[in-house]
Design a protein around this ligand. Structure first.
Ligand code: NOJ
Length: 555
């Protein structure tokens, strides 16, 4: 337990600055807004804030299209605001974690503007350029992650460039050492500013196969998802180890890579003492409704055993050497209450049940803004109301697959990333206290009840549940078990209850969560001899978990 590093003994809170707190009335959040709310975050037990990109950006993908890696977008404030945030956070024992978006830049980045000019300029091979096929069409039939071809033609060069994501996000050419070192320099710039770590975006895509070839179409548009064609291309680890040596080594920071589909046998090369990163986000437990690529109109129902299996696999996968972030929400995912519980479940109990899983598994819990309030999905009435670029791509894809406009909209409403991006709910005042102006995305209509001020006053709120359980995890009497204990899944076959134990020395914690909106009887022998430590109901009924009930026992 004493061997645990600072970032293994804390909570990380993800701030999506655009939606967090506006201090200027522009309708978008800003860095002084984050600084203003530091005491609130401290009260949750937060030791690090992952700040999604706040660099200069045309905002085609809300900042994941970066035009300058070493500056702050004026919409969010100034470099001085960032320095203030880092310093004020540090005073409260909180480190700021920056998002490194290094698979691609913005098409407005000076590097790309130069690269696209002709085939001979200094940056000519800083991006991935290829000639058209003989008929003039794109070099391959790859579909970008946001839909449409992954290639865009540029007249000046008579060539296409590759973009794993939007057209405005050209992929950088990592094969070129000058590119890699320019990126390392930018990360080192932020280390000198005193940041506490990095979240590294879309890193599995940086290495491309040596030959780029067509793949077998996987949907009605005749294309194949680029993810299937380039994710985790062999040779990627050489880049990652170099990245580690040139940037991370020797600093008391953590790194967490967004890295889906890493083969389990390779995990020890990706994370842990010898791995490239401290932790990695992988998404099996978030993609339960998708098989063979995230195509929203192909979503299917899934049984609880699938979620349990995914969580157990990741807990086991890193048990020996690694460490995982525990997360059920982020800015790309729908709200967890809406994903993991049926519509008839009580949303407050369900949010507390999710909190129980989040705060009792092994790993570092990541809380996404508003999750600690029990914020939920929000349906917008028209496709034009959605800002999220992937929502528009998926809408088109659904139409291509033959769905009606109404059906396509329903897929967007159910899966859109905007579900998580609605403004943070601070109070019952105008716009939930987020902005004095017009919010860039509508505020969820439930804000009169679901907001920080109201929940702080209510002993039974989701927020106070988070605070109490986070305290139990980080500083309570069972802290060593919850932080360092070994994980074992219990009642594996049960379709209603997720149950597991955490053991450390002579102590064991038992966690049981009913994921249904009905009573779930079970055999209490599973936690024989243990006492109830925590739960989302005030009392206990023996041998049954009530709807959405979560309990933690300890012995
Ligand atoms: C993953 C980020 O989390 C997401 O928001 C973004 O759209 C893509 N990577 C592209 O950078």
């Amino acid at each position: 337990m004493n061997q645990l590093k600072w970032w293994q003994k804390t909570l990380v809170y993800q701030v999506y600055p655009k939606s967090f707190q506006d201090t200027t009335g522009t309708g978008t959040g800003d860095l002084p807004g984050v600084t203003r709310r530091l005491d609130y975050l401290k009260s949750l037990g937060v030791g690090a804030i992952w700040l999604t990109p706040c660099y200069p950006s045309p905002m085609v993908d809300n900042g994941y299209d970066i035009a300058d890696y070493c500056a702050i977008d004026p919409a969010y404030g100034t470099m001085e605001d960032m320095e203030t945030l880092i310093a004020e956070a540090k005073k409260r024992g909180i480190r700021i974690v920056m998002d490194l978006v290094y698979n691609h830049s913005s098409d407005q980045h000076p590097w790309f503007l130069e690269s696209k000019r002709d085939r001979t300029n200094d940056k000519a091979d800083w991006y991935i350029w290829r000639d058209p096929k003989e008929d003039g069409s794109a070099p391959t039939n790859w579909r970008g992650i946001f839909g449409g071809s992954a290639w865009t033609y540029v007249e000046e060069r008579g060539q296409y460039y590759l973009h794993t994501f939007a057209e405005a996000q050209p992929d950088l050419n990592w094969e070129n050492p000058a590119v890699r070192h320019a990126l390392y320099d930018a990360a080192n710039f932020w280390l000198r500013k005193g940041v506490g770590g990095f979240r590294i975006d879309a890193i599995v895509y940086i290495k491309k196969p040596s030959v780029l070839a067509d793949g077998k179409p996987d949907a009605g548009d005749g294309m194949v998802s680029i993810h299937e064609m380039i994710a985790n291309t062999p040779g990627i680890l050489d880049f990652l180890y170099e990245f580690r040596r040139e940037v991370f080594d020797g600093h008391d920071i953590f790194t967490v890579a967004e890295a889906n589909s890493v083969p389990p046998e390779d995990l020890c090369k990706w994370v842990g003492e010898k791995g490239a990163f401290s932790m990695l986000f992988e998404f099996t437990h978030m993609n339960l409704e998708f098989e063979g690529g995230e195509i929203w109109c192909h979503a299917k129902k899934w049984p609880l055993t699938k979620l349990k299996g995914a969580l157990t696999a990741s807990q086991k996968g890193t048990a020996a050497s690694g460490w995982y972030p525990i997360f059920f929400e982020n800015h790309d995912q729908i709200r967890s209450v809406s994903r993991y519980f049926s519509a008839d479940a009580d949303p407050i109990l369900a949010a507390k049940a999710m909190a129980t899983v989040l705060l009792t598994l092994r790993g570092t819990p990541f809380v996404f803004e508003g999750q600690e309030l029990g914020m939920r999905n929000m349906k917008l009435p028209r496709i034009e109301d959605y800002d999220d670029i992937s929502s528009h791509g998926q809408y088109q894809l659904a139409l291509d697959e033959g769905f009606s406009q109404k059906e396509a909209l329903a897929f967007v409403q159910a899966h859109s990333r905007d579900n998580a991006r609605t403004p943070m709910q601070w109070s019952k005042e105008k716009n939930a206290g987020f902005t004095a102006g017009t919010p860039w995305l509508p505020v969820h209509p439930d804000f009169a009840d679901v907001n920080v001020e109201a929940e702080e006053r209510d002993a039974g709120s989701v927020l106070n549940y988070y605070r109490a359980l986070a305290h139990e995890r980080l500083a309570g009497k069972a802290s060593h078990v919850l932080l360092a204990g070994d994980y074992r899944e219990l009642m594996e076959e049960d379709e209603r209850i997720y149950a597991f134990s955490r053991s450390f020395g002579d102590h064991t914690a038992y966690v049981l969560v009913n994921f249904t909106a009905k009573d779930a009887p079970y055999d209490e022998g599973v936690h024989a001899g243990a006492k109830r430590l925590f739960g989302n109901y005030a009392d206990t009924v023996r041998g049954t978990l009530r709807p959405c009930e979560a309990r933690v026992y300890i012995k």
